[in-house]
Design a protein around this ligand. Structure first.
Ligand code: NAP
Ligand code: MG
Length: 488
């Protein structure tokens, strides 16, 4: 690609990308997206798409499938590599737009935008991996092998909270393994989705191979799930919607993958490196205003360290920078929208009514921005709502424990199983945590959030359904295995 193209100012069209064309919703309807840090500021007007837009996208994807799946994997990979270069050249623009539309602090938005490029590159590399295994037939010694094939058209439904990384880690494996895609991004983060589609277009993705639809979940998601030409649905979002999606799609014979919420514990042993544990608790609970599926919700501290941890943690909260997410120093920005703000404030009130004590925070701290102060609870009962249900905001609870057995048991006493951390300098303690903690992603001496691109990511228990995402695990979901008995 000539440098002049990369340097030209980007003109994103606030439109769907369907069969290689940028198009408004067929109905002509649009919606306004506002900046959660300044709700009077309109970020843009985007298509409020519906069934006919989904149908056009699925038809486009179905038509493109034969050509794309027959394209050598290395050529498919080349498209991802070019798109990664485009994303890298626009990290600042993508990050600024992400911050403006969904309020992620710029420092984290930059990392996420760059991560999308890394995800594209990782999956481009996967194109060179074997697609099957070779055997011989037991009776004759003739050729016997397995081959992995793409599924067809896949529907991808993504949330607003990682608007670059999650669409990227679904789209990249889907494409590199030869599927065609209809991607529905969240209404709260259309711009970031548009950047990804634009990067793929500029990277040379053929018409119809990648389709992007913007619109409300029920209006776009439902027809996508029901469309007979959609072979599989990969969904990331809440448990409630995820289960709805699964229950709708599985009777129709579709393959389903769900990545859902979490209620992630952090265990701090008395032998922990206190400074690192405090930092991890802060980052895990409050960065991105706690709007991560892997955010720390419960912090268990061993009794002899409890008071000291509490004191240092409160100091850290006091010193943390809360405010405008566009300021690169800001650690905690706003909640994504007014609805989430209301939900989080209500959950805090409920937490108090249930007997929890607010140690710090607990309220909105700006008249305009949907900003809630980092909030720490104490004295929350193990069976109270705050100990069990995901509150998608900067709210965490502190618990005192005595023995490792007790900590592991209480950490596991939720229906979720996404991520978990322990801070300890004792190897045997770490090993017991690794053996016994019920979660899909475990951290020893690091925070509960964070996901490398080249290893599987996903939850167990109620946090997930179907094969995990990312790394080599993605092959499981986006391909099917065929066994071939081949005699001469
Ligand atoms: P959500 O409300 O479940 O929405 C997720 C996606 O589903 C959005 O695109 C949404 O569309 C769409 N949707 C809504 N109703 C639908 C329906 N009836 N049929 C089909 N699609 C529908 O979740 P969210 O509030 O965006 O995200 C936060 C949740 O995601 C949290 O629970 C978090 O823990 C979870 N999450 C999990 C992971 C993970 O990997 N495990 C990662 C990140 C987030 P619109 O919003 O555009 O209407
Ligand atoms: Mg939602």
């Amino acid at each position: 690609m000539p440098d002049s193209v990369l340097e030209a100012p980007l003109q994103l069209k606030p439109a769907n990308y369907v069969a290689g064309k940028w198009k408004p919703a067929r109905s002509g309807r649009t919606y306004e997206k506002r900046n959660p840090a300044r709700p009077t500021e309109i970020v843009g007007e985007f298509p409020a798409s519906g069934e006919e837009d989904v149908n056009a996208a699925v038809e486009g994807a179905a038509k493109a499938f034969a050509g794309w799946s027959a394209t050598p994997a290395a050529r498919r990979a080349a498209v991802l590599m070019s798109a990664a270069d485009v994303i890298d050249s626009r990290v600042e623009e993508i990050a600024a737009d992400m911050t403006r539309e969904m309020g992620k602090p710029l420092r984290e938005a930059r990392l996420e935008a760059a991560r999308a490029a890394a995800i594209f590159r990782f999956f481009a590399g996967e194109a060179w991996r074997p697609k099957g295994e070779m055997f011989e037939q037991s009776m004759t010694g003739s050729t016997l092998y397995t081959v992995r094939r793409p599924l067809g058209v896949v529907g991808l439904i993504t949330p607003w909270n990682f608007p670059a990384a999650i669409p990227a880690w679904k789209t990249a494996p889907a494409l590199v393994y030869g599927n065609t895609v209809v991607l529905k991004v969240a209404q709260d983060a259309p711009l970031t989705g548009l950047h990804l589609a634009a990067a793929l277009e500029e990277g040379g993705v053929p018409d119809g191979v990648l389709n992007l639809i913007i619109g409300r979940g029920s209006d776009v998601g439902t027809p996508l799930i029901r469309h007979p030409k959609v072979a599989a649905i990969s969904f990331t979002g809440s448990v409630a919607v995820g289960h709805l999606v699964r229950d709708e799609a599985t009777p129709l014979g579709k393959r389903v993958q769900l990545e859902l919420g979490g209620h992630n514990p952090l265990i701090v042993m008395a032998d922990a490196d206190l400074a690192r544990a405090v930092e991890a608790a802060y980052a895990g609970a409050f960065w991105s205003a706690g709007q991560k599926c892997t955010a720390t919700r419960r912090i268990y501290v061993q009794a002899t360290l409890y008071d000291e941890f509490r004191r240092r943690f409160l100091e850290r909260i006091e010193g943390g920078k809360v405010g405008d997410p566009a300021d690169p120093e800001t650690e905690v920005g706003p909640l994504v929208n007014e609805h989430q703000l209301k939900d989080v404030l209500e959950a805090i009130e409920r937490g108090k009514r249930d007997g929890g004590k607010v140690v710090v925070g607990g309220e909105r701290v700006d008249e305009d921005a949907y900003l809630v102060a980092p909030t720490l609870f104490e004295d929350v009962a193990d069976d109270a709502m705050l100990s069990r249900e995901e509150v998608f905001g900067p709210v965490a609870s502190l618990y005192r424990f005595h023995t490792l057995d007790e900590a592991l048991e209480r950490a596991n006493a939720v229906e979720y199983g996404l991520s978990a951390s322990i801070f300890t300098t004792n190897l045997a303690t770490a090993q017991r945590f690794v053996n016994e903690l019920e979660a899909g992603v475990l951290h020893v001496n690091s925070q509960t959030a964070g996901a490398d691109v080249h290893v599987p990511f996903g939850g167990i228990k109620r946090s997930g359904f179907g094969p995990h995402e990312q790394g080599r695990a993605a092959l499981e979901f986006y391909t099917e295995v065929v066994t071939v008995y081949q005699d001469a």
